[in-house]
Design a protein around this ligand. Structure first.
Ligand SMILES: Nc1ncnc2c1ncn2[C@@H]1O[C@H](COP(=O)(O)OP(=O)(O)OP(=O)(O)O)[C@@H](O)[C@H]1O
Ligand SMILES: [Mg+2]
Length: 332
């Protein structure tokens, strides 16, 4: 079957970093290299591919150019529903697309909301409080050390090596700084002391684990390390990825189970990457889920994981695409 496939995305290079914007303002956006890599995979399968972008001009382009399906990796431009904007538009225009629907994309982007849903299924996740203003810190009933991050950002935006705080004074200072810099709600969580993993999940009715990847930050004990912006930007020097991970089968099973249960609880589709940290009693804690995982052929965590599992880039992109086609009943 030959299809006309549009790709929707937001490119880093289409934005200019303003002086008053935080240094990680553009962190989530993609590079042209990633879009071309996806395009190549789809073209090699015989489809016609049209790059559609993800700016407001997309509305006109979608009405002028008919496509059978959209391969969506657009992170969106603003607000906590930004990842849902393009999928919602596609639903409005009755155009099929890859990946999760607007409800899941908004729900998972807001980490506090996602945690509430996950908690309702008794999936372990750190205790937390959402903070919108300094007064919300009053009566905080959480156990130190704590971790402070932005409530609806990804790519470690706002996460630094000093995001872990040990006492109320440093908590207050951190919260004040982040509220000022990002003008966005925060999430304060109990810090999970233990090794970190990220889990790739694919599929729909019967989701399965692509791989479990342990993230070791070089020179930092696994219990303490933080996969922060500084580390992600220098990943080649500072991170050692282990996929498959160096852990026993029992723990591996428990991690996979938390990841799959979270994927189901949040009704993800086609693909997602779940971040997990293993705390006391070998309990895997859900940190967050990424239904639009980065697909950079060079540094995407999911892509590195796939490589560890001996899946090349083509196989990974095809798997995502084919899960969408099956979901729409276009493929067996
Ligand atoms: N409660 C916690 N306890 C311990 N470490 C944490 C906790 N929350 C976050 N971290 C650390 O901070 C990192 C970034 O946090 P998180 O994954 O929630 O944010 P993100 O910016 O959305 O990430 P991504 O780049 O995957 O989109 C995690 O990978 C982990 O190292
Ligand atoms: Mg993460």
């Amino acid at each position: 079957m030959k299809l006309k496939v549009g790709i929707t995305y937001n490119l880093k290079k289409d934005f200019v970093q303003q002086e008053n914007q935080p240094i990680d303002f553009l962190e989530e956006f993609d590079s042209e290299e990633t879009i071309d890599a996806i395009r190549k995979v789809l073209e090699n399968e015989g489809h016609e591919v049209i790059k559609l972008g993800g700016d407001p001009g997309l509305i006109d382009r979608l009405r002028k150019t008919s496509v059978d399906l959209v391969f969506n990796i657009a992170e969106g431009l603003r607000g906590r529903n930004r990842e849902a904007h393009i999928p919602a538009l596609l639903e409005f225009l009755n155009i099929p697309y890859t990946g999760s629907d607007p409800l899941t994309l908004s729900l998972t982007l807001d980490k506090a909301m996602a945690k509430r849903v996950v908690m309702a299924q008794n999936i372990p996740t750190p205790q937390f409080k959402k903070i919108e203003k300094m007064e919300d810190l009053d009566g905080l009933d959480l156990r130190y050390p704590l971790f402070v991050k932005l409530c609806y950002e990804g790519s470690s935006k706002g996460v630094r090596l000093d995001s872990k705080v040990l006492d109320p004074r440093s908590l207050e200072e951190k919260v004040r700084g982040l509220l000022k810099t990002y003008a966005s709600p925060l999430l304060i969580e109990e810090f999970v002391v233990g090794p970190e993993f990220t889990v790739g999940i694919l599929g729909n009715e019967d989701p399965y684990v692509l791989g479990v990847m342990q993230i070791e930050i070089k020179g930092s004990p696994p219990e303490e390390s933080i996969y922060s912006l500084e580390i992600k930007r220098e990943w080649e020097k500072r991170v050692q990825y282990h996929c498959p991970p160096l852990i026993d089968q029992n723990l591996l099973k428990r991690i996979e189970e938390v990841a799959i249960r979270s994927y189901r609880a949040l009704e993800c589709r086609d693909v997602s990457r779940v971040d997990i940290r293993v705390g006391q009693n070998h309990t895997p804690y859900f940190l967050e889920i990424n239904p639009l995982p980065g697909l950079s052929p060079v540094y995407g965590d999911l892509v590195i994981m796939a490589r560890g599992m001996e899946w090349d880039y083509t196989r990974l992109v095809k798997a995502i695409f084919h899960h969408a086609l099956k979901r729409y009943g276009w493929m067996k």
